[in-house]
Design a protein around this ligand. Structure first.
Ligand SMILES: N[C@@H](CCC(=O)N[C@@H](CS)C(=O)NCC(=O)O)C(=O)O
Length: 220
């Protein structure tokens, strides 16, 4: 059976969990022993990142490469739309998530943990994320999923990162404003059974993490 090495709190692990559920594949999930920053994990996965999918003893890393593997090895149900142009657009949005949107969510983590945060710093980080979310609203025409009528690679990371951005901003006293088209997309995507199943452990772990990690302003 395949092993998903990852962490419940990780967006990229959620991305692969959703892909595995979409394809109805059996897998077990494990946290790297000693954590993903440990020497033991680097010994196994030299770039040290999670998630990694273990298939027949081979460890595959980088979530986009893993999703492509799953699409190659288990083509149905598909995670890419029908025509080459539609497929390219879906892949573009998946890359937009990894390269442009998620880093702006990640930038909020140190602010959540640091009670010495300055209001101007928080506002700048919130505006930076809002800019990437607004741009997503211009790049995608959800129908209702980001790249068409079905769930695709375009939705996998975004469906965790967008709500995570909203949660982190909320903890920081800010609000993320979703264009109406993206709110409809998020509602539809979160109701998809594979997304709901894939996000459940992430949601639980994220709520726990936020409660434990948030430091009120002035408390550090
Ligand atoms: N490009 C990687 C990103 C994965 C990633 O950033 N994972 C984080 C945890 S969510 C990680 O492993 N960070 C390594 C570290 O902080 O040392 C992928 O798509 O798999």
């Amino acid at each position: 059976m395949m092993i998903l090495h990852g962490s419940a709190v990780s967006v990229y692990t959620a991305k692969l969990r959703i892909a595995l559920h979409t394809k109805g594949l059996a897998f077990v999930e494990r946290e790297p022993e000693g954590g993903y920053r440990s020497a033991a994990w680097r010994e196994r996965q030299p770039t040290g990142t999670i998630p990694a999918l273990e298939v027949d003893g081979v460890l595959l890393a980088e979530s986009e490469a893993v999703v492509e593997y799953l699409e190659d090895a288990h083509p149905t149900p598909r995670l890419l739309p029908g025509t080459p142009l539609q497929r390219a657009q879906a892949r573009f949005l998946a890359r937009y998530h990894d390269l442009h949107l998620e880093p702006r969510v990640r930038a909020l983590f140190p602010l959540v943990r640091d009670g010495a945060r300055a209001p101007a710093q928080v506002q700048a980080a919130a505006a930076a994320l809002q800019e990437r979310v607004d741009l997503l609203g211009r790049l995608a025409r959800p129908e209702p999923f980001l790249a068409g009528a079905g769930l695709t690679v375009a939705d996998l990371g975004m469906v965790a990162s967008v709500p995570l951005g909203a949660l982190l901003l909320d903890a920081l006293g800010q609000a993320l404003s979703l264009p109406p088209s993206l709110q409809s997309w998020l509602d539809a995507a979160q109701a998809h059974p594979a997304v709901a199943a894939g996000l459940a452990p992430w949601r639980l772990a994220t709520d726990r993490w936020l409660t434990a990690a948030f430091v009120p302003t002035g408390a550090s």
